[in-house]
Design a protein around this ligand. Sequence first.
Ligand code: ADP
Ligand code: ZN
Length: 723
Amino acid sequence: MIAEVIVDIAHSDVDKIFDYACDDTLKAGMRVAVPFGRSAATGFVMRVKEETSVPKDKLKKVFRAEEDFPALTEECLSLAKKISERYRCPLALSLRLFLPAEMRTGKVGEVYQGFADLTGKDVSLSPRAIQQIALLAYLKENGETESCILRDKFGAAAFRSLIEKGGIVEEKRRRFRDPYRQVAGEKTEHILTPAQRTAVASIRNSQEAVTLLHGVTGSGKTEIYLTMIAEELRAGRSAIFLVPEISLTPQMLSQLRARFGRSAAILHSGLSAGERFDEWMRLREGDAKIAIGARSAVFAPVENIGVIIIDEEHDGSYSSESSPRYNTFDVALLRAKRNGCKLILGSATPSVETYMKAKNGEYHLVKLTNRINARPMPDVNIVDMRREVRRGNPSPFSRMLKEKLERCLEGGNQAILFLNRRGYSQTVICRDCGYVAKCENCDVSLTYHSEENCLKCHYCGAKYHMLPACPECGGTHIRYVGTGTQKIEGELKSLYPSARILRMDNDTTNGKEGHYKILKQFSERKADILVGTQMVAKGHDFPAVTLVGILDADMSLHFSDYRSGERTFQLVTQVAGRSGRAEEKGEVVLQTFDPDNYILRFATQYDYEGFYEHEIAMRAATMFPPFAKIVRVMVSGGNEKETLSALKEVYDRLNGVYREHSESFLIFNKMHAPIKYIKNSFRYQVLMRLTDASVLKEIYAACAEVKPKNVLVWVEENPANLS
Ligand code: ADP
Ligand code: ZN
């Protein structure tokens, strides 16, 4: 037999099929070790066939199969091909997406656990062998037992001796590591409300593959997902459930574990290598049928998929930030079509692109307009911070926020305060000369962190000593501008000395369970106030939270990005949605320097439709997505000269595409990226806006032809971040 093999080397020069002789136990999808050049390589069997055009004396043989089963299913192989065609990347790269990294690096193996039982054979024991006698008696009473327990109870010597005499026998069995054992919570299963039932039926009966479930915060979307997953499971099918940031949703995880037990496997970068590998194996072997995780779980090795869910579909984390820069939705749709199953996108604040497709009838649209039990949406109070300042209140807390916070704490309830910035203050400025402290590796300003009394770069993590004086002019009038989470936490502590305060941002959530610990403490009401960045806005369900304060609603409005309005609307709606989710009505205080801003107005009235109509009209008028596609080709390298010469080559090739299809381009130019260097790498970009996405193919092709040394070139489509 002949195996068509792709070697696991991500380079375009070897990105082709190589034929090898093999025996007939080899199957498509298996990983193999093959001779390659003068050494060996691992590879993927794409196909097994009878004949080859390679002459007999040139044909090499597969050394061995790495596993005795195909790590990649037929579906994975075909998807990987589509992904590498679409994003113009070597097939080896897209095949890797489907495997846990641990499998390729061979760093984790399976864990085996011994079990011992009586053999039935009589062994003659001296009456003094008390431990051995006791061990046999124990097994007689308890039956098969884990070897480690027996060794613990009766000693390793007695255990070994009985094995040698043949009185007991040990069998090693595969043991799966169980991440999130500790999170399994109580099982909550609700009887669906009529609105939820109608939604489920409507999704099931629709003709379209894709459904947008647009339900306000607290409308019970999660219960709908779980119901649909449970039904598919009962019918013997599997499911994929994607969430933006899995460590931020411990409540969701505990619900899933409680409800589906070990049928749910969690794929998450925060797991240990061994855990991740085991969860993947359980899915591959069909022991687990529900794959839950962030975007990479879309590649889960499940077969016969009954439903795919993308929760919080508007979230930026669904586009990959390393090559291939796949779009999670595109991959999910391919899988849904191949499996003939439904793809559900859920959100309280769908992206404008998605909503337009739903309105045009391309996606089925299901709406949930009320919260569960008709709980009211929280009232949003806008505070004009300009007036606060004029009235002599320079603090980050308006008088209204302070009043409501006091009342909330007195009533024994909890509050969430949200702001967009980590650290103590935003930037460090010299008042005499205007010098701003910047990172040496990155073209960004530094942030003061008072706990460590240092300046940190939020891009590369570098730390600097706090400046005693301005390095430019020697002046000592160093000022902090702006407010970060850490500073707010400090001010709250002095305002409310008896309140228990938790902070959640990138600085407090280190480690595998950083988020989990903070959220758990808060949900167990071991704290009164939770201060944090975007992380506090995600789908949490804390019943005792009755007040949400948005300290700087304008922050995200001023990013120079076509999506900044949309993002602000989403953020405000999502944070506000954390308030008043149980019996007591919730409130929101939104502080802004721009109180008449239409985005904030729509958000405070929960008027998604109004926001959408306004936003889509503006996008149409200015020709931004979804009416055009923004494409950015990034060129980045450590050496400026090399980077510039690669940029020139990329630009020349793209210019060829541009000249040939200029009618498809609204914008075509090359420039420095807004942040000129990050982590000591220079960053240049060619920015394009396309009216016709069919030229994308040629853009990818042009970039794939440039193979500069030491410089990375990549393509971003409608990038979530244009910095
Ligand atoms: P969403 O995901 O839409 O924001 P959730 O799924 O978190 O909303 O539901 C909000 C709250 O309502 C949760 O506390 C959930 O347990 C509860 N809930 C959901 N469905 C029902 C139901 N059918 N009956 C009673 N409570 C429900
Ligand atoms: Zn830096």
